[in-house]
Design a protein around this ligand. Structure first.
Ligand code: PDD
Length: 287
């Protein structure tokens, strides 16, 4: 099936989908993005992702190109035209096209809006979640505004490539104090030796994951004890279980860090159960 992309008001064949060479996203990484998981043809955690998108735009002083209802139509129509029932929708909004100058372009310059969608093989992701996956750690080298979902992702790109080369699915950034901040494209969690679920608090310099947020509410409902407190790599290695969350992986158990096994090296019962509960909740509330 031929893929379709949305570019500035038009649905165009994916192969012809392009932005101008002077788009500020291309020249300065001057833009933001969001990723929604598509579950059963609907958008998972829709409101949370819209809220974060609006916040990212506000923080960068980019005027929202359209309201939430119109954006929702764009996202859903992009998913529909690509026949995505299980997969991802990607949305990118940049400060628009203008002659290259670091300072903002003249007021009224329209932001550029791009949306794409693609299918994922959920059976393959389920199988991977059953096996568990590996992460490596890398030094934290990012800027101090990781709460903004900016398209400036070079440290994340380099970290992810290092993970890929090591046969791992993710790289965890580790700060100067030896504490894990988050993954290159996911949030990091452990079930510590005492059986407490732990993940870094969002006052730290990390992305406020929407999957994380929904999972926290699921855990509260289930009466699970959670501590929003950072952990070291050593604590993660001594933990009973570890996992990552994000729109891409949903919840993926982690069984090794830097080639050393976490706990007994097998996918644990808590991560397994939380994956099932998160997916059930996300399917139930998808828009
Ligand atoms: N990444 N941390 C980082 C650095 C991320 O890039 C992401 C998401 C997350 C998880 O956030 P959420 O649960 O809202 O998806 C945490 C997306 C999927 C990406 O870059 O493709």
């Amino acid at each position: 099936m031929s893929r379709i992309a949305y570019v500035n008001g038009r649905f165009v064949p994916h192969g012809q989908a392009a932005v101008h060479v002077e788009d500020r996203g291309y020249q300065f990484a001057d833009g933001v993005y969001e990723v929604w998981a598509v579950l059963g043809g609907r958008l998972a955690d829709a409101a949370g992702h819209f809220e974060r998108l609006e916040r990212s735009l506000t923080e960068l002083l980019i005027v929202p190109p359209m309201g939430r209802p119109s954006l929702e139509v764009v996202l859903k129509e992009t998913a529909r035209r690509n026949r995505v029932r299980e997969g991802l929708v990607y949305l990118q909004i940049t400060r628009g096209v203008a002659p290259r100058d670091h300072a903002f372009p003249r007021p009224g310059t329209p932001p550029s809006v791009v949306c794409t969608a693609h299918s994922l093989d959920r059976a393959a992701s389920d199988a991977r979640a059953e096996r568990g996956a590996a992460v490596i750690t890398v030094p934290e080298t990012r800027w101090s505004r990781c709460d903004i979902k900016s398209v400036a992702l070079l440290p994340n790109v380099l970290a992810k490539q290092q993970a890929r080369a090591a046969g791992a699915v993710e790289a965890w950034f580790v700060d100067d104090l030896g504490l894990v901040t988050e993954g290159a494209s996911s949030n990091a969690w452990i079930i510590d030796k005492q059986g407490r679920v732990r993940t870094r608090d969002t006052q730290a310099n990390i992305l406020r994951g929407i999957t994380r947020k929904t999972l926290l509410s699921v855990m509260a409902r289930e009466g699970l004890k959670v501590e929003e407190r950072p952990f070291t790599v050593e604590e993660a290695l001594e933990a009973r279980e570890a996992f990552i969350t994000g729109a891409g992986t949903l919840l993926l158990p982690i069984v090794s860090i830097n080639g050393k096994q976490v706990g007994d090296g097998a996918v644990g019962p808590v991560a397994k159960r939380l994956r099932r509960l998160y997916i059930e909740e996300a399917r139930r509330t998808a828009l």
